[in-house]
Design a protein around this ligand. Structure first.
Ligand code: SF4
Ligand code: FE2
Length: 635
């Protein structure tokens, strides 16, 4: 029955169960929402002031302007850039939270935290121009945190954010500066979008869209600092073998699901789960505590600790239908409020933890860095208590799980390549791209969206590209889709990769001691970790002395839905990457906006959007974009 909704085999078991128990799924709610508002789908509905709402008649028979005179182009552009601002705000708040924690740690110490990766701290300090000679780890960490926080404070708009100017190739930074889209201050850039899109302000769609691109580049800035500082505090991911899908839940364990995006609390919960394991056994859970991940908090702990991933975005509330999740601990972003009502049908404790992310009807345990150990202990003990209330009759764990080799940070990729060529680690990759053994690189990112069959578009597009010898990187719930569906195993490389790609993956995998190929999809981490892919691309561009837009690199978000994904896709375009979106963006009511984003952007940035709902066709378009880049490079 679920074959129309999802290709995740766990859903075949749990969705019928939800029906039987009259528990609503996202697909039920989607059905009740039909027909969805056509004006909204086209993006031509405006609610920015109380003279409205206004809507433009797409058939040209009714209103062609809002009451204030705004055209469809202006309305659509304003709506879009506000999405980019919200996406940038989300990632940048996450980054700020990590930077403040690191500053606090370096100044006063924090019981639950330490600098786990000093090598990375030194590398980041050198990138940012922080003095290291003769200074303590604390002093260096303090200045790295301060430099990061200054990216939220600088008022000199001729000076770009440090994380922006120092992590991207100089050629690209110069180009973006000349186009007037270089962010100088993350907060100010987001605030500028809100201000310029207020009623009666910027009413030129091209100018609005450029403001949105600057916001998207502020999003990149917040993301890259979130990722890099997290690595310093929690460790830089290295390859680790784990499992994915709901079969990772254990019947005889206290199952704690960590969900959201920010690793600050989840890391400490993982530590406390180890410490309190005996308490769980004493409570009757013979297998102790089993921590699993959902969404991007899941990706964070999966990559750094090998914690298995239970599921990705769209099946988060259905996961509770297993009756085996004793607590779902959530932080920020992509948390469906519906987990409260599904949790209420079971014994599951739904625990919110962040002061600005509460859900009515759930328990709130407010997290702070200073009290992290106490709060994590309270959360783990509540989970053990909930386990005691679990009804064994209602436990229904789908026996579906796949092996997943994950943990491909930039550092992990470089070190795997260094096993082939220690002097010039990037050379084997560059040589393979130049020779055509690897045709190009595709980064898969984004969410799940109820408008398309869960995980299906990811799997279809990726198989087409792998067969064409395209190297694949993945993050976020896209990476979750690949992990759950068996695309992170060595066997999958043999099954799906073209011959020359398999040859390279095997060469690198064997040199790195994996006794076989790397997996066909390299899991780079959570959504903020898309910055890792940008760093790999920047390193390649610098090694070849070309701009990012010259490289045969594409991005794809086949099942995107969030404002964050809109922001990420937009900075991918601004960095020069042709970027596929598999769900029609809410912009088609404004042909001028569509033209800027799908055609004119190519001239300006080298990157452009490729909207395409049909997965095979999307893969063809991405492959053609790669070939075009290769042709321009003369390879
Ligand atoms: Fe209507 Fe203009 Fe107000 Fe939007 S800003 S609701 S188009 S009057
Ligand atoms: Fe995410």
């Amino acid at each position: 029955m679920t074959q129309n909704f999802s290709i995740d085999k766990s859903m075949d078991i749990l969705v019928p169960l939800a029906k039987k128990e009259c528990i609503e799924t996202p697909w039920d709610r989607y059905e009740k929402m039909q027909p969805q508002c056509g004006f909204g789908e086209l993006g031509v509905c405006c609610r920015i002031c109380w003279k409205g709402p206004c809507r433009i008649d797409p058939f040209g028979k009714g209103a062609d302007r809002g009451i204030c005179g705004a055209t469809a182009e202006v309305i659509v552009a304003r709506n879009l850039i506000r999405m980019q601002a919200a996406g940038a705000a989300s990632h940048s708040e996450h980054g700020r939270h990590i930077a403040l924690a690191m500053e606090h740690l370096s100044k006063h110490g924090l019981e639950a935290y330490s600098i786990k990766d000093e090598t990375k701290l030194m590398a980041v300090a050198s990138t940012l121009g922080v003095e290291t000679e003769g200074r303590s780890t604390q002093e260096i960490a303090h200045d790295v945190a301060q430099t990061s926080l200054n990216d939220y404070m600088n008022q000199d708009n001729s000076k770009g954010c440090s994380w922006f100017t120092k992590t991207l190739p100089a050629k690209r930074v110069q180009k973006l500066k000349e186009l007037g889209v270089m962010p100088h201050n993350i907060d100010a850039t987001i605030s500028n979008i809100m201000a310029r899109s207020h009623v009666g302000c910027d009413s030129d769609h091209v100018n609005l869209l450029l403001g949105g691109i600057r916001g998207a580049l502020a999003d990149y800035t917040g993301m890259v600092l979130a990722t890099e500082l997290s690595d310093i505090m929690f460790g830089t991911p290295q390859p680790v073998i784990t499992k994915a899908n709901l079969g990772v839940l254990k019947e005889n364990a206290v199952n704690i699901a960590l969900h959201g995006h920010n690793p600050l609390l989840s890391e400490v919960v993982c530590d406390m789960a180890i410490k309190l394991n005996e308490e769980a056994i004493a409570a009757g859970a013979t297998e102790g505590i089993n921590v699993v991940g959902v969404c991007c908090t899941g990706n964070e702990v999966m990559l750094r600790r090998g914690i298995p991933l239970a599921t990705n975005y769209l099946s988060q509330d259905i996961a509770i239908m297993t009756g085996a999740i004793d607590s779902m601990v959530v932080d920020v972003q992509c948390i469906m409020p519906s987990i409260a009502s599904v949790g209420a049908c079971f014994h599951t404790e739904i625990i919110t933890t962040m002061p600005d992310n509460k859900i009515t009807g759930t328990r709130h345990i407010e997290f702070s860095e200073e009290e992290a150990l106490e709060k994590a202990t309270e959360i783990v003990r509540l989970s053990i208590e909930a386990y005691k209330r679990r009804d064994p009759e209602r436990v229904n764990i789908p026996q579906v799980k796949e092996t997943a080799i994950v943990g491909f940070s930039k550092e992990a990729i470089v070190s795997a390549l260094a096993a082939v060529n220690p002097e010039e680690p990037l050379k084997p990759l560059i040589d393979a791209i130049v020779s055509g053994d690897i045709k190009g690189v595709a980064l898969f990112a984004g969410c799940n969206n109820v408008r398309v069959k869960q995980d299906n578009a990811y799997m279809t597009v990726v198989k087409e590209l792998l067969a064409q010898n395209v190297l694949v990187l993945a993050t976020g719930c896209g990476a979750g889709a690949f992990a759950k569906n068996g695309m992170m195993t060595q066997e999958a490389s043999k099954e799906f990769c073209g011959e020359s790609l398999l040859k390279i993956l095997t060469l690198v995998g064997e040199a790195a001691g994996l006794e076989g190929p790397l997996p066909p999809v390299l899991h780079m981490g959570s959504c903020v970790d898309n910055s890792r892919a940008a760093l790999v691309a920047s390193a390649l561009a610098e090694a070849l002395d070309v701009d990012l837009s010259d490289l045969p690199i594409v991005a794809s978000a086949p099942e995107l839905m969030s404002e964050k994904a809109v922001a990420i896709g937009s900075w991918a375009v601004a960095l020069g990457f042709p970027t596929h979106v598999g769900v029609m963006p809410q912009i088609t009511g404004a042909p001028g906006v569509v033209k800027v984003l799908t055609e004119d952007a190519k001239e300006l940035f080298g990157g452009y959007f490729i909207p395409e709902e049909a997965p095979v066709e999307a893969a063809n378009k991405l492959y053609q974009a790669i070939l075009e880049k290769r042709q321009r490079l003369g390879i």
